[in-house]
Design a protein around this ligand. Sequence first.
Ligand SMILES: NC(=O)c1ccc[n+]([C@@H]2O[C@H](COP(=O)([O-])OP(=O)(O)OC[C@H]3O[C@@H](n4cnc5c(N)ncnc54)[C@H](O)[C@@H]3O)[C@@H](O)[C@H]2O)c1
Length: 356
Amino acid sequence: MAKIGIGIIGAGGIAQSTHIPGYLACADRCEIVAVADVDGARAREVAERFGIGEAYEDYRELLARPDVQAVSIATPNREHKAPAIAALEAGKHVLLEKPMAMNAAECKEILAAQQRSGAVLQIGLQYRFSSVGKFLGDYVHSGRMGEVYYARAMALRRRGVPTWGVFTDKEKQGGGPLIDIGVHILDFTLFAMGYPKPVSASGKTWQQLGKDPSLWNYWGDYDRDRFTVEDFAVGMIRFENGAVVTLESSFMANLGDDQMRSELFGTKSGATVDLLREPSLIFYTEENRQLFDMMPRNLPRIDSMYTEEIRAFLTAIETGGPSPVPGEQGLILNAIFDAIYRSSETGHEEPVDTDL
Ligand SMILES: NC(=O)c1ccc[n+]([C@@H]2O[C@H](COP(=O)([O-])OP(=O)(O)OC[C@H]3O[C@@H](n4cnc5c(N)ncnc54)[C@H](O)[C@@H]3O)[C@@H](O)[C@H]2O)c1
């Protein structure tokens, strides 16, 4: 089988640390032929460092190449929609970083382009390719936990405001921790629950600590005057099947340890998933009036969830199979965030609009 020609659009942090190494780890199946970044010097530097043949400032030149069959898009959130639609219209398969877009309306435009093209569109939500993710989805879907009717999802940082990129700029990112890291734990939780259809959400966002220049930050200082996103968000989401999920997310909050964690409550058992530390998974159940805490001992071994994400993308392209993380699910996440941000302003529960 001929190797899949890959283009990289956006050559910043995540492209260099995960996408490019992921494709290089699959060199028997693909070849990165070009990279594009509006920062031409960065594109050239990345091309040289990773041995990529061509560097462009304008991604449209990269998309014009017939030897590019698939692209990774790793640009800031406001720059997701235009290259994603252009790539799909050029017939390329797309691995699009999370969140899918700034809001649900943009997701719908991207999905319409995907449906016209028939190409693979995968959203960059890698936790479901983690060791625990690979096991848990099948386990829950097999019914062993019974009906999972409630979950708590937490993506909480104590002092974790990103100081690179544009993560504190609402205009360019669409929001703060909710859309940036809440997206990962909400995706993981909904994936485990079989992606029920959301109907409404309420929530509240705050900007309490992020603008305070006296506070320390893990990644160093940043311009407090340009911090325009929330630093803490909470939401409660209702689903058509009666399930409820609560979501908490922060860049800064006065808590103990950071959390990337999901707690699932099923009728036969409950589970705690900890994506930052061991044990990564504990089930809570009862048998013969005895309470058990169970830990799996031989979860699937993987090298890296990021490389697994790339492998899944290549497999979908090679087999014509379904997207491992479809745009429809990216839309659900963005539509939930839209409702939570709206609810924070109105003070009411808001509908979640996922209709195409
Ligand atoms: N999956 C994850 O865990 C994860 C982690 C970090 C970032 N991300 C996502 O990846 C995206 C990028 O984040 P990052 O940390 O790499 O940011 P970054 O700022 O380090 O890199 C973004 C790059 O995109 C370039 N760029 C901007 N507009 C462009 C355009 N129109 N065409 C081409 N290049 C353009 C910038 O010059 C920059 O080099 C964001 O959407 C972010 O949410 C995902």
